[in-house]
Write a protein that binds this ligand. Structure first.
Ligand code: G3P
Length: 267
């Protein structure tokens, strides 16, 4: 499974890049806002250029904010034309359905098709059903991003549970009064990811599934187990993937036991 970092923070991208595990970067307007606040960014153009250079050829998703087809395509072209020449790694994030009104629900698909035709790679975001993923893939999206954590949040709220954002939610879902709680047949975020992977595999699409809105290491493990091509992870989740108390305990014992004569061989 490829690992992307879900962050617009240059320091985090640089840090994870230095570990040799990074395959890409995803941002969204909320993550950009966090970076603006942390780095007190005045010159957004220079910041985005730096982000793309640091990613150095790895794909970086930048999201548009328009909600109509023409506006989305215009913004996407503007971003792509201004920044892709820097490191040839701009991917445009288009929501599957940018509208809250049903009449404009096709604008995302239209934008994906048009951008794909002119060679702009698209990451279709805000995917909450396998059928949305199927339509995005058919329109030409290079990536689809099912939002696993937000599905878990939604199902937990239906269960009436209180929870922290990073809490694990079981892949097989949870019951309330003997009934498995679901969102139109989806019982967890990883269930959504698995079903998106399956649907695209069934028909041989090249579109890659990015397990997004990831909240903890166990969810990242499950994304890999169900065959997600990519997981986009916050730095906190990448860190959590490395930690186990038995690893720390074993490390302490090795350090305590190491004889001085042996240590001298390495000094
Ligand atoms: O990759 C999508 C992600 O940034 C959304 O994550 O944690 O806000 O649901 P979250």
């Amino acid at each position: 499974m490829k690992i992307f970092i879900d962050s617009a923070d240059i320091d985090e991208v640089q840090q994870v890049r230095s570990y040799g595990i990074l395959d890409g970067v995803t941002t969204n307007p909320s993550l950009i806002k966090k970076a603006v606040e942390k780095h007190k960014i005045q010159d957004m153009e220079a910041y985005v250029e730096k982000l793309l250079r640091i990613a150095n050829g790895l794909p970086v998703s930048l999201e548009i904010t328009a909600t109509d087809h023409e506006g989305m395509v215009k913004q996407a072209e503007r971003l792509f034309d201004s920044f892709n020449s820097i490191a040839n790694n701009v991917v445009i994030k288009i929501p599957i359905n940018p509208s809250t009104e049903s009449k404009a629900c096709y604008d995302g698909l239209k934008a994906i098709k048009e951008l794909t035709e002119i060679g702009v790679p698209v990451n279709c975001t805000l995917i909450f059903t396998p059928e949305q993923a199927l339509l995005a893939a058919k329109a030409g999206a290079k990536y689809v991003s099912p939002f696993a954590g937000r599905v878990d949040d939604y199902i937990r709220s239906k269960l009436g549970m209180s929870f922290e954002k990073h809490d694990y939610f079981p892949q097989h879902g949870m019951e309330k009064d003997g009934t498995l709680i679901d969102d139109n047949g989806i019982v967890s975020g990883i269930d959504l990811v698995a079903k998106c992977v399956k649907v695209l595999q069934n028909y041989g699409f090249e579109t890659e599934v990015i397990a997004a809105s990831m909240r903890n290491a166990r969810q990242a493990r499950e994304a890999a187990l169900v065959g997600a091509h990519i997981a986009t992870l916050p730095l906190s989740v990448i860190r959590e993937m490395l930690i186990h108390h038995k690893t720390a305990e074993g490390m302490k014992k090795f350090l305590d036991d190491a004889p001085e004569e042996y240590e001298r061989l390495m000094s």
